[in-house]
Design a binder for this molecule. Sequence first.
Ligand code: LLP
Length: 431
Amino acid sequence: MLTSNITRAGNGALLFAGQDVCALADRYGTPLYLMDETRIRENCRMYKDAFRTAFGDAALPLYAGKACAFKQMYRIMAEEGMGVDAVSRGEIHTALAAGFPASNIWFHGDGKTDEDIRYALEQGVGCFVVDGEEELAALDAEAGLCGLRQKILLRVTPGIDPHTYEAVNTGRVDVKFGVPIGTGQALEFVKAALAAEHVELCGLHCHVGSMVFDETVFEDTADLMFAFMLELREKLGYVTGTLNLGGGYGVRYVDADKQTDIPGRIAALAVHMHALAEKTGLPMPVILMEPGRSIVADAGLTVYTVSAVKRIPGFKNHVIVDGGMTDNPRYCLYGSEYTVLHAEKDAGETAVFDLAGRCCESGDILQPAVTLPADIKRGDRVAVCTTGAYNYSMASNYNRLGRPPVVMLREGESYVAVRREGLDTLCALDV
Ligand code: LLP
């Protein structure tokens, strides 16, 4: 199977984290996001152990909440000793509401408003990742008013192509994030931060992209960052204390995708960076990274019930389910591939179908050309694998569909972590 937490029982029934997917669908209804809590924790521990071994005790992985954020997720992150990358007041609020410590939150984002800045300062967020000079000035002023000296990292753009899809390519010089090194603007940015009275410059941040499989991307990024750090020391006498290399390790959505050996990649990156430190004579900075997808993707599985099967002889077949682009917009947005399984059986004659959603537009496709039992029918259950990242967090209410609940699976038990958005809450904000 695609991931070790997806198996089949002797009778062919699909199991996720050892639990019967159809029985869970009966109990909680569909569409349904299932999340394997054990796998989330295993992924956190994998990062924490790899970090400690590779970079020492001060190094910390920060979970990128944009991948999937709700209170229980932040409780798990607190228990696992992870830091958190938040990009909005909403993410910060959710983390704090779950009891996550503000001091372990890094506040990102290229469009922070004055209200965002004030809110994060008031809440005592540990570190801002400042995206540009206007934000720096606004933060400096606001921190001054609060009588604070706020810890910051500066987001810079190293100018690297991580060979991923356009929507998540953030390393190139001309992207909207951060301040480019290549144009000389990042040097000015650092100068401005050093001159600002109410911020404490702790180091640098970069994030070059998501779904990165290319094995040298982080090493190449480290080369550029160390070159810039050397320039900073030579020109400004500034020694970078912390280097945050962002997130991005790719995960397997289909059998053809490579499995990323994350501990192996981190170990190799550390060897490379220690060599850079030695070569440049710079002290090794405290290393942070911000994995999102690789913490939660393989912990998720979405279950649907088939509403209709349309066979158009000589053309194509459609299986239409009770969810769609509202709970998983990733195929519509990026053409992302997914593995689709029939939840009751995996044997027998098969046929090829487009797995379509229930939204009123023909582009509402969850996955084209998937192989399912030829006799699939209304009422059958279908599962889409590896939906833990960027599904719930990107879900919408289009067509006034309610977002599915998130049900967590742990040691043979299940519990609701996010309730289904029902008709009772749908008009809650309407006046
Ligand atoms: N740090 C920063 C600054 C980021 O922008 C991101 C992702 C991450 C960390 C986490 O990256 P990850 O480890 O998850 O690759 N909606 C897209 C993904 C957008 C990623 C945005 N930034 C998708 O569904 O593929």
